[in-house]
Unconditional design. Structure first.
Lengths: 278, 401, 327
């Protein structure tokens, strides 16, 4: 469709406005990372590298960052596993309660974080038959994985639905074992969906604070928790801005790369063949 | 066929869960009742002997109580402790007494700096153990007026060592608030010219501040103990607070929020702690503090040890350290409160510190109504008709709206 | 939808035939002549043909976790709502009763708070949808591959900046002597500020925070609309606006509903933003405060059931509107 000139400009304007809205507070955040004063006053008191320097040396921040990365990877891994399993089950089989699975998987992320947090907290504390699980990195990861399952599940399910079974059948006909079929036919087809799901799951886990508060047991500090606690200490507050800025800058490359990788789907032969059979 | 099997499976699962949890519930109930009777009988035991340090100590504290030099190089009374005892200090900040009580309940920390509105709850719940003060040498030098207080001594047993004591003050923006106020009236006036820029402490315990004002404003209510309010007094206080809500800009529960609010001009007058005023002055904010003529509510924090402490020896060492003359002088001078150790006064940087904070003036502190947990038993001839803390909590939600 | 899936009614057979090169001719199974099988292949052989077992193996872990651990613990937590908590003695009194729910119903403040939270959730959802559309449409239909990539990165990046840091940035923007007032004062206007109820500030902040969660599904949904449909519509003589109204919008609607699941539920449960940007109480605040107040779990659980019920109803409605295919 030939979009009229005015429509194009209207859309461009809307896009620019939204982007400005999105990045303006981030600009403020970046600005105050270089604040020379302790309090965030406007206009800014002055610029200084003090907080950036302190943030780089801050052990607590570094530990928290590594903890967040650890938790994120764990949670993403668990979510990938559980989400794909569920997606395969729903995509390839017919059974009573199939619709319920999609509903069930979305509940953890749809319910208020505080409810999920409270529930998981008591589940870990009083797990029947095993007498409770020790709070720590694992409990946080499990908590995150619970609501990250849905993003993996949806991505993989959507891809599986678009991937024709004919390819898998052809593979089996040619003598491949189920494992070989999976490795050479199915997996390449869903690979980018897995990556997209993993990326979003990681992002969700990295920035999560509410459920984390309830599943950390007070000892382990992920980055959001460290930030939240340190904002309460007025003299640590500005360091947090610097840390926040670091986080964004650090993530530009991975996010960009991941985006490029998940785009390659249009070139993959499996999906191409699937598209052809539609 | 499949459908039925699925239902049976689900039902069975639910039954399992119910059974499992029912057992837990029964266990909990049994535990709870045995614990309460046990608490009356024996309860958590005080440490008998001090052993070697365990290498770390996990504390819950008010922001500013446990400083390790990260705020400012000189503000450090943790590093000397760590070096002397080998106990690494980890601190979780609590913003309100309620948060601290809840954190202690989870049982992951060794100790807490609890204010009077938390101590009795902690003791009642069995979350803290009595303290064997003979294991704490520095306790001998604590002000007599701070020993064996009702908020931390129950049935003759000490449940902690005092950190210091201080009052809630009135802070105001000198460039906006004129004339300089000397009365709490400025935050209670419904037609205040600072409407929308008044602040108050976001905790149910603030109801006591309303009661304090009513002592002056409505003497017919005969309010004596601001923490033990009967129905009429309580209702009046709640009414006053609801009226105040209309002039409140924002409530504050953590440090940063109040500092932020005063620095940015969101708040120009309201209740505060000395340490917040000190931090704002360091940032050249135009503020001043004063203790109004009606007196004030205040707090005296007690370092308590958890009944589930994993590092009891280090905790005892910390308790001894924080009330030692040097550390106590530094900590209380930084926070802006009167020290608990008589020998600390000689060691403060500002030689007038103890005078300013009335450290040795017991008559002064008689005018300060220290935070404590409101209980049903009024403690006087009214009997058990007063409002307990759970009603304060419910009322607070209604007040904020 | 689902080409290849519906061709076989019921269970889909996996036909496994051993590679002719691996075994002797006519052998019955794959094992023979000392060929080793991996553990996975063993499992594969075990499951061959047993559809139900295959399904059970696939679903055991995820469903087991979600149903038993998650839903189970939710149920237990909600069950707490039927008990009472005595603040004085710090014990949960395990007598079944509806006192918590009665209190929630009778005391006006809780109804007010619930209404306020619901209203804000709806408002934020609406604003997010409106703001998301132009950029999502540009990304889906107008932009070239390169521009689309950059736009996607640009939208995803803020998700990595910490929630708390973003809210504090908004505090600076909204403050009395903050950025917004500074920009508006030459025009003689006054910004919303954080004083009073601070609801405008909350609205702005929450819209800002949840915007990426709305943009992504809407973008995906718009991308799925075949260009041919839009072409056909304009070929038939519809103005761009009519095409938008009658073709694009209805097709994108499930995606908008999908995005709204996030914005709605995130607003419903949030307690950090209201606390930092205002002095208003939202459902999340009350629950969190009740928990923090020496752990009055029964009352907190009772109040938590309110947004949970709301969300379940919302999810059911969303599913009917086809949102689940667009998540």
């Amino acid at each position: 469709m030939i979009y009229s000139r005015s429509l194009r400009w209207l859309l461009r304007g809307g896009t620019a406005a939204t982007l400005a809205f999105i990045y303006f507070p981030l600009f403020i955040l970046a600005l105050y990372a270089f604040n020379s004063a302790r309090v965030q006053r406007w206009p800014i008191d002055g610029l200084s590298l003090e907080w950036v320097r302190r943030a780089a040396q801050n052990e607590g921040a570094r530990d928290a960052l590594f903890t967040s990365l650890k938790v994120g990877l764990l949670a993403t891994g668990i979510a990938l596993l559980l989400g794909s399993l569920a997606a395969f089950g729903v995509a390839r089989y017919r059974f009573f309660g199939r619709d319920a699975v999609s509903f069930l998987v979305v509940i953890p992320i749809a319910l208020p974080g505080i409810a999920t947090g409270m529930a998981l907290n008591s589940a870990f504390r009083e797990a029947p038959l095993i007498g409770g699980i020790e709070f720590g990195t694992m409990t946080i990861a499990i908590g995150h994985a619970t609501f990250c399952i849905v993003v993996v599940y949806n991505n993989v399910l959507a891809r599986l639905r678009r991937t024709s079974l004919n390819l898998e059948e052809a593979s089996a006909d040619l003598g491949a074992t189920p494992v070989q079929t999976f490795r050479h036919v199915t997996f390449p087809a869903i690979r980018t969906a897995l990556l997209a799901g993993a990326l979003l799951a990681f992002a969700l886990s990295f920035d999560e604070i509410i459920v984390t508060t309830f599943t950390t047991g007070g000892g382990v500090k992920t980055l959001p928790i460290w930030i939240f606690q340190n904002y309460s200490r007025p003299n640590q507050g500005p360091i947090v801005n610097a840390v926040g800025l670091f986080a964004i800058l650090l993530s530009i490359i991975p996010v960009y790369l991941a985006q490029r990788l998940t785009e390659e789907e249009v070139v993959s032969p499996a999906a191409g063949a699937a598209a052809a059979t539609h | 066929m499949e459908r039925r099997r699925l239902f049976v499976a689900l039902f069975g699962a639910l039954a399992l869960i119910a059974a499992g949890c029912g057992d837990d519930a029964n266990d909990d109930a049994a535990d709870d009742t045995t614990e309460t009777t046990a608490a009356e009988a024996a309860g958590p035991e005080a440490l008998k002997e001090l052993g070697d340090g365990e290498g770390q100590v996990d504390l819950i504290a008010w922001a500013g109580y446990v400083e390790d030099g990260s705020t400012a190089k000189e503000t450090d009374w943790v590093t000397p402790f760590e070096e002397a005892t080998g106990c690494k200090v980890n601190v979780t900040l609590g913003n309100t007494s309620d948060e601290m009580v809840n954190l202690m309940k989870q049982g992951n920390h060794d100790g807490v700096s609890a204010s009077g509105d938390a101590t009795l709850r902690l003791i009642a719940a069995g979350d803290v153990a009595p303290v064997n003060v003979s294991l704490i040498p520095n306790y001998a030098d604590v002000f007599a007026g701070l020993k064996d207080k009702p908020h931390n001594t129950v049935d003759g047993k000490n449940y902690g060592v005092p950190h210091g004591r201080g009052a809630n003050l009135l802070m105001y923006n000198t460039s906006v608030v004129n004339p300089a106020p000397d009365s709490w009236g400025v935050v209670w006036d419904p037609v205040s010219k600072y409407k929308g820029k008044v602040t108050a402490y976001d905790s149910p315990i603030y109801i006591a501040d309303a009661a304090l004002w009513l002592k002056t404003a409505k003497p017919e209510l005969k309010i004596d103990n601001v923490y033990e309010l009967d129905q009429a007094q309580f209702d009046a206080a709640v009414e006053l607070l609801k009226t105040q809500r209309t002039i409140i800009g924002e409530y504050w529960s953590d440090y940063t929020k109040e500092i932020d609010a005063f620095a940015k001009g969101n708040s120009v007058v309201g209740t505060t702690w000395q340490v917040i005023a000190n931090l704002l002055k360091a940032e050249n904010a135009p503020i001043e503090v004063t203790l109004p003529k009606e007196g004030s509510t205040g707090w005296s924090d007690t370092w308590m040890i958890s009944a589930k402490a994993k590092h009891p020896n280090c905790m005892y060492m910390w308790m001894n350290h924080i009330i030692s003359p040097e550390a106590n002088a530094k900590a209380t001078e930084y926070f802006g409160e009167a020290p608990s150790n008589t020998k600390a006064c000689a060691l403060t940087t500002d030689k007038e510190h103890c005078t300013k904070f009335h450290a040795e003036d017991e008559d002064y502190f008689k005018k300060v109504a220290f935070w404590t947990t409101p209980e049903k038993d009024c403690g006087d001839d009214r009997g058990a008709v007063c409002k307990d803390y759970s009603e304060w909590v419910s009322a607070w939600t209604t007040i904020k709206g | 939808m689902g080409v290849g899936l519906d061709d076989h009614q019921g269970l889909i057979p996996y036909r496994y035939r051993p590679p002719a090169t691996l075994i002797g001719r006519g052998a019955a199974g794959p094992i023979s002549l000392g060929a080793r099988m991996t553990a996975v292949a063993h499992v594969g052989k075990l499951l061959r043909g047993k559809r139900r077992t295959q399904l059970a193996v696939l679903l055991a872990a995820p469903m087991g976790w979600l149903v038993f651990a998650y839903l189970g613990s939710l149920a237990v937590m909600l069950f707490n709502g039927l008990w009472r908590f005595d603040l004085g003695t710090q014990i949960v009194i395990k007598e079944l009763g509806l006192s918590n729910f009665e209190r929630l119903w009778n005391e006006a403040v809780y109804r007010t708070i619930t209404q306020r939270t619901l209203g804000m959730a709806a408002l934020v959802t609406l604003t997010c949808a409106i703001l998301a559309f132009p950029i999502a449409f540009t990304m889906a239909k107008l932009a070239g591959p390169r521009a689309r990539r950059y736009l996607l990165v640009a939208v995803l990046l803020p998700l990595w900046a910490s929630y708390v840091v973003k809210v504090y940035a908004w505090r600076t923007i909204l403050a009395q002597e903050g950025v917004l007032n500074w920009m508006l004062s030459p025009l003689g206007l006054d910004g919303p500020g954080t004083g009073g109820t601070g609801l405008t500030g909350i609205w702005l902040t929450l819209t800002y925070l949840w915007l990426p969660y709305m943009i992504l599904p809407v973008y995906a949904g718009l991308e799925r609309i075949p260009e041919s449909l839009i072409d056909a519509s304009s070929d038939l003589g519809a103005s761009p606006f009519t095409t938008f109204r009658k073709v694009v919008l209805p097709l994108a609607f499930p995606a908008v509903v999908a995005g709204s699941i996030f914005t709605f539920s995130l607003t419903l449960g949030d307690y950090i933003t209201p606390r930092l940007v205002s002095s208003s109480q939202f459902i999340g605040n009350v629950i969190y405060d009740q928990l923090g107040v020496a752990g009055n779990l029964p009352f907190a659980a009772a109040f938590a059931s309110v947004p949970m019920v709301i969300m379940v109803v919302y999810l059911l409605a969303a599913r009917r509107l086809g949102a689940f295919e667009s998540l």
